[in-house]
Design a protein around this ligand. Structure first.
Ligand code: CA
Ligand code: CA
Ligand code: CA
Length: 261
């Protein structure tokens, strides 16, 4: 007598397959990586006080791309020149220790750095002022947001490469102008006294490619008083995300409509 295996109706297999596929798609769309990766450099300006500058001071703006508040405690901003031999954060004038402050989801945090001269207006109220400020180049340079408050000890060039220990400390990196270290395919544009490097999407776009993610625009720093700008994808927009309004819905048919009953 031939043995036949019990097989569920084709319709049941199809529905189960669909549910499995949808489940894995939704899981795959979730946020990935450490929470601190939700913080990013969103505007960087080095032309403060220079001829034609709209603002007296250089600034670095931090943005929380994530969906929950993030603390800046124990983090630092570190600067290195575009092609020089010095390391990121090699001295107090190239490093800003960030305060123990929480940045809400979609929130901005403005750090005031060096005044290059008397040209321009004061910044919108800075959320933090470095007493030993960084003098960022108005045209080209390298900035990292890093964990820890000690120098990274490297500058990312071929003669001073950042090893695994240093790179794991880097939360975000911006190389602008002719910088020899940057995220992705290329550096952000060369800046001037009338332009800053602005992360696209009002701070939300981070594909880890400085050339694609940043644009040179008129300086317009935002601070903690600026309206929050929640990012839809929860801070990991390199992965596909499923918008809530586009989630497929599953409607189980009534028993009388089930083809296998
Ligand atoms: Ca400067
Ligand atoms: Ca400092
Ligand atoms: Ca990045």
């Amino acid at each position: 007598m031939p043995h036949t295996t019990m097989r569920p109706p084709v319709a049941v297999v199809a529905v189960l397959s669909l549910l499995l596929a949808m489940t894995s798609a939704l899981v795959g769309a979730g946020p990935a990586g450490a929470a601190t990766t939700d913080l990013a450099l969103s505007r960087v300006y080095g032309g403060g006080g220079n001829t034609n500058a709209p603002y007296t001071n250089d600034y670095i703006e931090i943005f929380n791309r994530g969906s929950s508040a993030q603390s800046l405690a124990g983090l630092s901003l570190q600067y290195a020149s575009s092609t020089g031999s010095g390391a990121f954060g090699a001295n107090s004038g190239q490093l800003t220790e960030l305060p123990d402050v929480s940045v809400p989801a979609g929130g901005y945090f403005l750090v005031q750095e060096t005044a290059g001269g008397a040209v321009g207006a004061g910044l919108p109220t800075p959320d933090f002022t470095d007493a030993t400020p960084i003098n960022l180049s108005g045209t080209a340079g390298k900035v990292v947001l890093a964990t820890g408050i000690t120098t990274l000890g490297c500058n990312g060039s071929t003669t001073s490469p950042c090893d695994a220990g240093a790179t794991t400390r880097i939360i975000d990196l911006l190389g602008y102008g002719n910088a020899n270290y940057f995220e992705g395919a290329g550096a952000a544009p060369t800046l001037s006294s009338t332009t800053d490097a602005e992360r696209r999407g009002a701070g939300c776009t981070d594909t880890n490619d400085n050339a694609a993610d940043f644009q040179a625009v008129a300086p317009a720093p935002r601070n903690s008083a600026s309206p929050v700008n929640p990012c839809g994808g929860g801070g990991t927009d390199t992965a596909p995300s499923v918008a809530s309004s586009h989630r497929p819905t599953v409607r189980l048919t009534s028993p009388s409509e089930r083809p296998w009953t």
